[in-house]
Write a protein that binds this ligand. Structure first.
Ligand code: XMP
Length: 543
């Protein structure tokens, strides 16, 4: 292989994929391998550099994850992060022990700016610390190149051997100059050229998929969400009509969404694939009639999906491969990722594979984060509106209608939600055109660069927002007539990871406009409520 390769050696830390992602952000290709990978295999890959990740253990303990001393003697530059730095010190003759002061969180860092890894970094900067152990004595040939109040060896260097160690985590955003430090290691120490881009990822995946699939048949469950859409397009570029996508419209999608998915992936769309849309709304409504318990509803929707998909798969006959749009956060959450510990089980992974007869699963996005998946999507020419789609739960509006579901309620929530989204997006875009204009950046209104436009959206812009139907009816008055109609709840949250969230502070006048339009345009609604609850104690969805 002629391309530059950096290896990230996984010692079980939580941030390992983040390290890989920062390397990719520096336009250098990298792959993650377990610390158990034999040294000969590592050498054979001829890496330009090696990064050792953090890990949960103490490196001096019996049985802790370790590495061969030879790793540091191959003449390949090595950067150890946290556990990796400690392990490097220990293996090369330094000492690691329990630190007298445990450091956690934002920590002031003083760096030696003459070091190649701190090129262009401020002498007094900040880093993110998370460690109980520390390097109490550095190995021969090393020197300290950064300190914190509690840590004399916050960064260490053996310039002659090109070995470096950071006690802190440069890969997390809390280390503001972390990406630069990693870039310095890649460019100044490893001598990387940085010519890897997302288009290389796309080309590489297409090649790998072709090799793997050969003349086989591939089946994909397409939801219209970002992940499954990007996976489907990637597969279609690789194997064309060997791919069949099954899109189950369960009647719980947002307004017009089924048609939008069909417009992109159907026969009139730009992609070469077999597209099957199953209009299963009626079937779902029948199954859901009179069911109000949230978990029961979720279960019915999930099971019905498998049933519909199975029926379609049977019609196609034997398939060789099943495509899944699994992305890295799904892998971490289900505890399937490398050496790291389980965090929580995820609601989208699992289910399908047990019910469809196939040989192997293809998950081309397994190592990417959401925004990287979006970049791949843009690279593949998928429409912006799909690439930047809001997260939408698998059970769809089924969990945004409190209590039992009916076609009538679905229509109310679809119409209210469409108005809400239209108004929020219009207000945010208007704000962005003005803010960009004020900053001297011109965005073409007729054909806007959506990514650029989004970068000027106001700070109140929610990360997820939707209308939900409360199961509450209340008395109102409209045109001298008494009404007894539903209350719609507007939900909008700001969140980084969807594990915690705050209610978004949407300007009052926008909410008023939304309220007015919903009351006037959607029959069956006489009250609009704004949900102020954060998560916890609330969840983002209402069920
Ligand atoms: P909660 O309601 O758990 O939502 O605070 C957090 C994020 O996850 C989405 N969500 C789901 N996504 N299947 C999904 O694919 C589900 O069953 C599901 N439940 C919640 C929710 O939209 C939010 O983005």
């Amino acid at each position: 292989m002629d391309k530059e390769l950096v290896l990230v050696i996984d010692f079980g830390g939580q941030y390992n994929q983040l390290v890989a992602r920062r390397v990719r952000e520096n336009n250098v290709y990298c792959e993650i391998y377990s610390y158990r990978t034999p040294i000969d295999q590592i050498r054979a890959m001829n890496p330009k550099g090696i990064i050792l990740t953090g890990g949960p253990a103490s490196c001096y303990e019996e049985g802790a994850a370790s590495c061969d001393k030879e790793l540091f003697e191959m003449g390949v530059p090595v950067l150890g992060l946290c556990y990796g730095a400690q392990l490097m010190s220990l293996v090369l003759g330094g000492n690691v022990e329990k630190a007298p002061v445990r450091e956690y969180g934002h920590t002031a860092l003083k760096v030696d700016t003459s070091s190649p890894v701190f090129d262009g970094v401020k002498e007094n900067t900040t880093c993110w610390m998370s460690h109980n152990d520390y390097i109490s004595r550095i190995a021969p040939g090393f020197r300290s190149i950064a300190t914190t109040d509690a840590c004399p060896y916050a960064a260490i260097a053996n310039d002659a051997q090109k070995l470096y160690g950071f006690q802190y985590h440069p890969e997390v955003l809390h280390t503001p100059e972390g990406t630069k430090m990693l870039g310095n290691f890649l460019y100044n120490v490893c001598g990387c050229a940085g010519d890897w881009k997302m288009d290389s990822f796309v080309q590489e995946q297409i090649k790998l998929i072709r090799e793997k699939v050969g003349s086989g048949k591939v089946l994909c469950a397409l939801s219209g969400g970002v992940d499954s859409s990007v996976a489907a397009v990637l597969l279609s570029k690789a194997v064309g009509k060997q791919l069949t996508c099954v899109f189950v419209d369960h009647g719980l999608l947002r307004k017009d969404e089924g048609d939008q998915v069909e417009a992109v992936f159907g026969p009139d769309g730009p992609y070469d694939l077999n597209f099957i849309r199953v209009n299963a709304a009626e079937r779902y409504y029948v199954k859901l009639a009179g069911i109000s318990e949230p978990e029961r509803k979720r279960k019915i929707i999930g099971e019905e999906f498998i049933r519909v998909f199975e029926e379609e798969a049977k019609k196609i006959g034997r398939v060789d491969f099943l495509v899944q749009g699994t992305i890295y956060p799904d892998v971490v959450e289900s505890g399937l990722g490398g050496e790291s510990a389980v965090i929580k089980s995820h609601h989208n992974v699992g289910g399908l594979p047990d019910h469809v007869d196939f040989k192997e699963i293809i998950e081309p996005l397994r190592n990417l984060f959401k925004d990287e998946v979006r970049k791949v999507g843009l690279e593949l020419g998928i429409p912006d509106q799909l690439v930047f789609r809001q997260p939408f739960p698998g059970p769809g509006l089924g969990i945004r209608i409190i209590g039992d579901v009916s076609a009538e309620k679905v229509k109310i929530v679809q119409d209210s939600d469409a108005i809400y989204r239209e108004e929020i997006e219009a207000a945010a875009n208007e704000y962005a055109y003005e803010a960009a204009g004020a900053a001297g950046v011109k965005i073409d209104r007729a054909n806007p660069d959506h990514a650029l436009l989004r970068s000027y959206w106001p700070s109140w812009m929610p990360d997820q927002y939707f209308a939900a139907l409360t199961n509450m009816r209340s008395v109102g008055v409209m045109g001298d007539e008494r009404t007894y109609d539903f209350a719609v709840a507007l939900r909008a949250v700001k969140t980084v990871d969807f594990m915690t969230a705050e209610s978004a502070q949407i300007p009052y006048e926008i909410l008023m406009k939304v309220m007015n339009r919903i009351i006037n345009e959607v029959r069956g609604v006489n009250r609009v409520l704004y949900d102020l609850t954060s998560k916890p104690p609330g969840t983002v969805e209402l069920e």
